[in-house]
Design a protein around this ligand. Structure first.
Ligand SMILES: *Cc1c(COP(=O)(O)O)cnc(C)c1O
Length: 236
């Protein structure tokens, strides 16, 4: 049944892309696999999922130990505490949720120790929500500059999670604002090979079509793919 859900999501992605005059191939589906078992993750990958997104460090570590993500890429998409950075750096293909200078520096230091370069996205707190992590829009240029100086991260783009409960029009305004930031940043970054604006990660089950209309290249979909989540742990 995962393959049927996947086909339906892909159909909706194509439809949203085409109605926006975009090529559906520009959009990659990230399966948000939090709370899903290693077995379900494997089934999703067998059905064609190419990127999994996790947002709990402990849960991800368990599934890594069970080789759940073999043959797919892995993105970390959740809130990351600096004391857990070493459990994530080098184990995922991209950390999408870099939301502060402090975290950027911690990831860079860890990657330096491991002698690797970690791909990252900057998470933008587009709704300016105090309880939510992420860089405020006006601070994005400073973080981009810091990423340019940090030798062990490679900036690949921006990510956002707009405020919950917005209608389609409000969502599109938030997504459009992040897209504008993305374009502005593209225009400013020079030929530093570790700075690139290729990924715009936005849109979840309830709003990925709006995000695609506003330029998303990565959409992170969980419940629309796997059904409603049941939580077993309290770790966040
Ligand atoms: C859980 C999660 C998603 C997917 O949410 P759904 O509404 O289930 O599609 C996307 N992005 C992040 C950061 C998440 O934590």
């Amino acid at each position: 049944m995962i393959s049927e859900q996947l086909a339906e999501i892909r159909r909706r992605i194509s439809e949203a892309a085409c109605s926006a005059g975009r090529n559906p191939a520009e959009i990659t589906l990230v399966a948000a696999t939090k709370t899903q078992s290693a077995e379900t993750v494997r089934a999703a990958i067998a059905a064609g999922i190419t990127i999994c997104g996790e947002n709990r460090v402990q849960e991800m570590a368990e599934k890594l130990d069970a080789f759940a993500y073999d043959h797919a890429s892995l993105h970390f998409i959740g809130h990351l505490q600096t004391n857990k950075v070493k459990q994530v750096v080098g184990r995922v293909d991209c950390i999408e949720s870099i939301g502060s200078l402090h975290l950027l520096e911690a990831v860079n230091e860890c990657a330096a120790r491991l002698e690797l370069v970690q791909d990252i996205l900057l998470q933008v707190n587009i709704g300016r929500e105090p309880q939510k992590s992420g860089v405020l829009p006006e601070d994005v240029p400073d973080l981009v500059q810091a990423a340019g100086k940090a030798g062990h991260v490679r900036l690949r783009g921006l990510m956002c999670v707009p405020p919950a409960g917005c209608n389609s029009e409000e969502n599109r305004q938030f997504f459009g604002a992040v897209r504008q930031l993305f374009i502005d940043t593209q225009g400013k970054i020079s030929d530093n090979e570790r700075l690139g604006m290729t990924h715009l990660s936005m849109g979840m089950s309830s709003d990925f079509e709006d995000a695609i209309r506003e330029g998303a290249t990565l959409v992170r979909v969980g419940s629309a793919l796997f059904g409603p989540r049941t939580y077993h742990t309290s770790e966040s």
